[in-house]
Ligand binder design. Structure first.
Ligand SMILES: Nc1nc2c(ncn2[C@@H]2O[C@H](COP(=O)(O)OP(=O)(O)OP(=O)(O)O)[C@@H](O)[C@H]2O)c(=O)[nH]1
Ligand SMILES: [Mg+2]
Length: 198
């Protein structure tokens, strides 16, 4: 049965690891730097601007926020890392929550690791991809905010990024714009195929 991404609902949020809900759906985790567009991508996938909180102020997502997609998939929106302007204490709190999420032994079926297409990959991005490559958590790399580039610039930039990251042949790479809704259908199909919903 195909997944109806438009039927996505807020489930719950968890400020601590032990508050994270148990469930029996495949879980997708949104990962990436603060402000990269994780919450906006959830809204674009579900075609609902009001679902996940988006803000001009980075550091908006401070807990793990869970969304249920068509009662088939759970999406966990993690707090973003690397936002310098929140207090050190808060920063450490939510990066720790994000770090612990991956090492807690929780079953994660797919990570969407988001990187702003315009930015040079940060050391956290490189570290995260190394971590994902070395372990058994499958991931897609999703380059965001592609509306900032023309088609031609985008192709050039994707080539540069392929060299920087030296992705595996079979890596799943997506280029999207939540604002222009480009690449969103491809990503929906990629997720559905990967999780075995056809
Ligand atoms: N131009 C453009 N801006 C975008 C796009 N996606 C998100 N943004 C903007 O980027 C900013 C951050 O978006 P969020 O979705 O809140 O980012 P986030 O990764 O959830 O941030 P945290 O919750 O702080 O980790 C907002 O101002 C969005 O409007 C996009 O596709 N294109
Ligand atoms: Mg967010």
């Amino acid at each position: 049965m195909p997944v109806n991404f438009r039927n996505t609902r807020f489930m719950t949020l968890a400020a601590k690891l032990d508050q994270c809900p148990e469930h029996d759906m495949p879980e997708i985790v949104m990962s990436g730097k603060s402000n990269v567009g994780k919450s906006s991508l959830i809204n674009a996938l579900s075609d609902n601007k009001k679902l996940a909180r988006v803000s001009q102020t980075p550091g908006k997502t401070r807990a793990v926020v869970y969304f249920n997609v068509d009662r088939k998939i759970m999406i966990a929106d993690l707090p973003g890392y690397g936002y310098a302007k929140v207090s050190k204490e808060l920063k450490e709190g939510f990066s720790k929550l994000a770090d612990d999420y991956f090492t807690s032994g929780r079953k994660i079926d797919l990570v969407l690791h988001l990187i702003d297409i315009r930015h040079e990959p940060s050391k956290e991005d490189i570290g995260m991809l190394e971590y994902l490559n070395s372990g058994s958590i499958p991931y897609f790399v999703v380059f965001t905010k592609c509306d900032k580039f023309s088609r031609q610039q985008l192709m050039k930039r994707l080539k540069e990024l392929e060299e920087i990251f030296d992705f595996a042949e079979d890596a799943n790479i997506y280029a999207v714009s939540s604002m222009a809704k480009s690449g969103i259908d491809d990503l929906r199909n990629g997720i559905s195929d990967f999780l075995g919903f056809c």
